[in-house]
Design a protein around this ligand. Structure first.
Ligand code: SF4
Ligand code: SF4
Length: 233
């Protein structure tokens, strides 16, 4: 399938998408039509490719969901924001199958706020007509530093100065525990502050123009329309 990781790379062009889809169709035809016409299929070349792929990545398979759960929800979703072109239409929130976007209001303007339900499928980004959704790469760097190295180091140094506590937390597990206690509140607070700050045009401009997604092409599966995706639950 054509990749839709448009927070990591520019959306694929129509020519590339067509080529990938045509190749997939070719493979599909190898077994679909014989199956539909009632023939038995014991072996196709696809079985060989699948076997090789499985052998290569199988050991990674149990890791992917966990990585996605932790990295996707706790980090990638927290770098999403809307740029100045957002017209507050609420389309991104309405069509998110996970109800992961809240339209929050500030200074009379509503903007999307990405909650922890976001699974980073990037549907909102691909379908926003105004190309207003960004995955802030420069903000990701800031967020990484806030939630990890320097602020934690500062807190530990403060603890050390105040309580002479540092020798005890030099223990690896104690450090990890402190990191974890610090990480979530730091992440939540940082994203909240970031969301407020992007209402200031100069700050929004800075973070928009310093993210690669600002220059990337958007992409979604060409034959799919949003109304096909409405969550009917
Ligand atoms: S980000 Fe796009 S889809 Fe979402 S409210 Fe703004 S303009 Fe509408
Ligand atoms: S990336 Fe997917 S899950 Fe996350 S808010 Fe957008 S549509 Fe919803």
């Amino acid at each position: 399938m054509p990749s839709n990781f448009i927070n990591f790379h520019s959306g694929l062009g129509p020519g590339t998408v067509e080529k990938i889809s045509a190749r997939a169709q070719e493979k599909l035809n190898q077994f679909l039509w014989p199956l539909i016409s009632g023939k038995k299929l014991i072996f196709t070349w696809n079985n060989v490719y699948e076997a090789i792929w499985s052998a290569l990545i199988f050991w990674l398979v149990p890791v992917f969901p966990i990585l996605y759960l932790v990295f996707g929800r706790l980090f990638m979703a927290k770098i999403m924001f809307s740029n100045k072109d957002c017209v507050s239409c609420g389309r991104c929130a309405k069509f998110c199958s996970n109800h992961a976007i809240e339209m929050k209001s500030l200074f009379g303007k509503k903007r999307p706020f990405w909650t922890y339900h976001c699974e980073n499928c990037l549907r909102c980004m691909g379908f926003c007509k105004k190309k207003a959704i960004e995955a802030g790469h420069s903000w990701a760097i800031v967020l990484f530093f806030i939630t990890s190295v320097p602020v934690m180091a500062w807190i530990l140094a403060l603890l050390n100065r105040t309580f002479d506590y540092f020798p005890k937390v030099s223990n690896h597990w104690m450090m990890t525990l402190l990191d974890m206690i610090y990480f979530l509140p730091a992440l939540m607070l940082s994203y909240l502050i970031f969301w407020y700050l992007i209402h200031i045009p100069a700050i929004n401009f800075f973070f928009s123009t310093t993210t690669l997604t600002h220059y990337y092409r958007r992409f979604h599966e060409p034959a799919t329309r949003l109304k096909d995706l409405i969550n009917k639950k």
